[in-house]
Structure formats: structure tokens, C-alpha cells
Design a protein around this ligand. Sequence first.
Ligand SMILES: NC(=O)c1ccc[n+]([C@@H]2O[C@H](COP(=O)([O-])OP(=O)(O)OC[C@H]3O[C@@H](n4cnc5c(N)ncnc54)[C@H](OP(=O)(O)O)[C@@H]3O)[C@@H](O)[C@H]2O)c1
Length: 284
Amino acid sequence: MTHWDDSENVAVITGASSGIGRELALQAAERGASLVLVSRSAARLAEVADACRQRGGQAIAVPTDVGNPQQCQQMIKQAVKTFGGIDYLINNAGFTMFARFSELPSPELIERMTRVNYLGSVYCTYYALPYLRQRQGRVVAVISGAGRMRGPFSTGYGGSKHAMRGFFESLRVELKPDRVSVTTVYPGFIDTGIYDRIEGADGHPVPGMKEIVPAFAMMSVERCCRKIWTAARKRKRQSVPGLTCRLGIWGDFMFPGLTEFFCQRMLPKEPPRSQRPQALDTSA
Ligand SMILES: NC(=O)c1ccc[n+]([C@@H]2O[C@H](COP(=O)([O-])OP(=O)(O)OC[C@H]3O[C@@H](n4cnc5c(N)ncnc54)[C@H](OP(=O)(O)O)[C@@H]3O)[C@@H](O)[C@H]2O)c1
């Protein structure tokens, strides 16, 4: 295995307080990188920063809501002020949903998901770009297999991830002359806490989501993150961690009708709920 020395590299990682972002930070810390850890939770970020320092990296926690462009701008300023530049921007922060579109009490969940998953990565990239250009840096977009395929009860998530795909695939071409690479990542099912946080129509976590995923299809977060770092360091165009996801993307492209058939058969007829949303009163 090739070993990279990251001791001179600065990486901004969004969504670093848990799951994929946290593990990406820990793996980079082991190689001596300087890390800017970003998410909303100051307490959880501080814990990850401590763990990174113990593994040999430098780390600062910058609590930020990526759905807020001013906060993203401030976060990038703080990153550059602390470490002098940016080599990697990992756009990873995001959340997901499992709810029928027609049962949402309002379009608010879709707006919030678009703002965080899609616009959050656009804001961070916009403000980091001048610094990435200076160092011929690397942008990574952690998208999802859902950004290449379709599935029910996931309209807001699928929409935000397809938007990420369109944005970052275009940006890659635009940044070619600047030698800034853009790696799009389409993970399948990764064993993080995300399945306990999937939002239903009422905005509360939907129970039992992890059980829907067949065990053979689940990839460990450690393995997924090793693949992401390798792809980013090699400036790969894209990475699809997980054979099941690769097969799914290929199958969906080749036989779109068949994927829809399997989705209908494998997924529950109705999305499980934490609490049935109030039906709208249309009698008046
Ligand atoms: N796990 C999977 O199977 C899977 C598959 C495909 C794609 N992905 C994608 O991979 C990314 C990471 O997923 P994960 O599984 O690691 O999920 P996770 O454990 O739930 O982590 C999500 C991270 O995003 C942060 N976040 C959420 N909203 C934010 C906001 N408004 N501003 C800043 N940070 C925010 C969370 O921190 P705070 O709550 O502290 O803000 C947390 O650190 C997501 O974009 C997800 O869509 C995951």
C-alpha cells in the first residue's frame, strides 16, 4: 500500500462530528494532517479534535451550520488564519429522509435538505476555492448512490444529491486549468449512525431503518473512508465505495424499469413512521 505523508496538508472536513466525516478526520490525523473540523455540535467536534491530536494530527473545531453562507465564509477564514491555507475540502455534511412526498406537512424538509446537503457544499466550496487554487488542492464531494439512482420516500435526499452531482461534475471540468481536482464519491450503505437519524414526515427519526438494509450490503465506515482518501489523493474523478452500490448504479443505468421493480419489491409499501403526521383538514 502506498503511504502518503499528510503532515503538510490542511483538510477542511464538514460533518466531522460523526460517521464518515469523523472517521476521515481520524485517518488523516494518523498521517499527521492539520484538520479543520466542521459541524453544528461544538461538544462532539471538540471530542473528535482531541482524538485527532492523540493520533498525531493538529485539529481545530469550528462549529458551523453549513446551510448558512456567512458561517461558511467565517469558517474558511478561520481555517486559513489558523493553518495558512487549504489543501483538501471534504464536503460531507448531510442528513437524510424516509417519507412519502405527499405526506410532508409542508415543503420545509425538502428546503432544509437542499440547503444543507446541496447548498452547504456549494457555499463551502465557493469560499474555499481561492485558497484551493493557490495550492492546486483537492475538492471531495461525498454524495451518495442516491445521487446516481432513484428510490421511493427519498425525494428531498435524492434531489439534493443529484444536485450535488450536477454541480461537482461541472465544477471538475471548470477547474481543470487550475489543477484543482474534484472527486465525487457515491457511497452505498455505510455503517454509521445515519440510519438512527433518518427523518420522517414529522421531522423525527424513523425507527428500524438499519434493518431494511441487507447485512451483506453494509460497508464499514473505516473501509469506506480509506477508499475516499485514496481516491482524493490520487485525484480520481469518482469513487463508488461498495460493490452493491456499483452494481446498483450500473443496473439502474442499463435497466431502469428493472431497478424500479426491485425497489417496489424490496422496500416496504409504506414508509415506517415515528409518528403519523396530522392529515390536512380539507373540509373547510
Ligand atoms: N452512511 C451512509 O450509508 C451514507 C451513504 C451514502 C451517502 N452518505 C452521505 O455521507 C455523508 C455523511 O453521512 P454519515 O453516514 O456519516 O452521517 P452522520 O453520521 O449522520 O453524519 C452527518 C454529519 O453531518 C453533520 N451535519 C448535519 N447537518 C449539518 C449542518 N446543517 N451543518 C453542518 N453539519 C451538519 C452532522 O453533525 P451535526 O449534527 O453536529 O451538525 C454530522 O457530523 C452525508 O452527506 C450522507 O448523505 C452516507
